[in-house]
Write a protein that binds this ligand. Structure first.
Ligand code: ADP
Length: 412
């Protein structure tokens, strides 16, 4: 439009080309001037845009409103970050944020006494260069955070039990929560010692009681007839209590024992054969089938492993239907070693399965008084499995039977 008007005016005076060039130069100069103003404004701390009309005015006001929206959002984001940092800082648990490369991005003050890190001096440093505990570094670098790490850390002249939970976020960043669980561990030790001591102390009086009961029943002719039945019941219950105490003591030994010198490469084929021979005598009417597909050995404690498998097989026999066999398998699947005990017995309703390994948990009390169980067998199996880096899988269908499997890592 401007060009057309200037061309017309120029034509009237005989300078069409010059007029057009002149007007175009003016136009370019004006744009360069506005661009310069825009640049000055954007580079300055000045908030309000420069005055301008037309297209430049509109452009400035758009940029201005976009800037205001951005800064509002930034402020909101900043206050959320500050709020999160403040809440992490106020936490009694230690919190450390670590980037993709393993360098500390942020940490709260509670970490100082736990991991010996300093805030804020240690930000930017590689976490594993600063933490002195090999267990911690191994766990952190292995990048398998499915289970928390618990370890004993020496700090100054005292040692604490620390629990570390790691959560991944963003693109490889990690958030660590470190908690001092020393008092929980102390309570757990007290509980374990108490159970072990009580069980131990009760054994002697119980042995005396059951000794006298056996003697009296052996000499039943000297005992008035009306006492025979009560004595028999007392004798039966005393035996049950003995088994219970034995299981409780064994369980607390497995829980507390981590004796490396008891560990060896256990030949599972030989262990299963020995167990089969022993049970054939105790339960001659049950068919036991042994299927060994692998020769792999398990690095661990023979007695513990023997007691775990024997608990599983005795359960399978107890809860089996009389004519079907109990199958014991030692196989390998998906890179894991599996010790399976399968029965075609009464089975277990799925609602009970998650609680089966709790101490004293029974599916049905009447069922157990008939089978004389203590409710500790599966708790023992679970602890033995855990002590060998294995897990216990339970598959069962009511009325169809059950399969209990200890799954070991292949390298064990
Ligand atoms: P118990 O000494 O009572 O057998 P366990 O801890 O060994 O104690 O087992 C807990 C409960 O799980 C048992 O009381 C029983 O009800 C159930 N159970 C265990 N093994 C089997 C099985 N093979 N078939 C059916 N039920 C089972």
């Amino acid at each position: 439009m401007l060009v057309a008007v200037s061309a017309a005016l120029g034509w009237m005076y005989g300078y069409t080309r010059e007029a057009v060039i002149f007007v175009l130069l003016l136009w370019i100069g004006f744009w360069l001037y506005q661009m310069h103003r825009a640049q000055l404004w954007l580079n300055s701390a000045e908030k309000l845009p420069p005055d301008a009309d037309g297209i430049w005015g509109e452009l400035f006001s758009r940029i201005y409103s976009q800037q205001r929206t951005n800064s509002r959002e930034n402020a909101q984001l900043q206050s959320t970050v500050e709020y999160l940092q403040d809440s992490f800082a106020a936490m009694r648990d230690g919190v450390v944020m670590v980037d993709k490369q393993g360098a500390i991005q942020w940490l709260n003050r509670a970490v100082e006494p736990l991991l010996g890190l300093r805030y804020p001096e240690d930000t930017g440093q590689t976490l594993t260069n600063l933490v002195r505990a090999p267990e911690f570094n191994q766990y952190f670098l292995a990048r398998d955070y499915s289970k928390p790490l618990q370890y004993q850390a020496a700090s100054g002249d005292r040692s604490r039990h620390l629990r570390v939970d790691v959560t991944r976020f963003g693109e490889g960043e990690r958030l660590l929560f470190i908690r001092d669980v020393s008092s929980e561990v102390r309570m757990e030790n007290i509980r374990r010692d108490f159970v072990a001591n009580v069980s131990h102390e009760l054994r002697t009086p119980l042995t005396v009681i059951s000794g006298y009961l056996s003697t009296m029943l052996e000499n039943a002719q000297d005992v008035p007839q009306r006492y025979i039945r009560p004595l028999q019941q007392m004798d039966q219950q005393a035996h049950r209590m003995e088994t219970l105490l034995k299981d409780l003591l064994w369980l607390s030994r497995i829980e507390s024992e981590k004796r490396e010198d008891e560990r060896e490469y256990v030949d599972i084929r030989a262990l299963l054969q020995e167990l089969k021979d022993e049970l054939r005598e105790a339960y001659p009417e049950t068919r036991l089938i042994l299927e060994v597909d692998v020769e792999a050995k398990v690095y661990g404690d023979y007695r513990q492993l023997y007691s775990a498998v024997s608990n599983l097989v005795i359960n399978a026999i107890k809860y089996n239907t009389t004519d079907s066999p109990v199958t014991i398998r030692w196989t390998s699947k998906n890179g894991r070693l599996r010790l399976e005990v399968q029965d075609k017995g009464i089975g277990i309703d799925s609602s009970h399965i998650p609680r089966l390994t709790e101490r004293f948990y029974r599916v049905d009390d009447s069922r157990n008084s008939a089978t004389g169980g203590t409710g500790l067998g599966l708790a023992i199996v679970k602890h033995v499995a855990a002590a060998h880096g294995a897990t216990l899988e339970i598959k069962s269908k009511l009325g169809e039977g059950s399969t209990f499997t200890m799954v070991f890592p292949q390298s064990s």
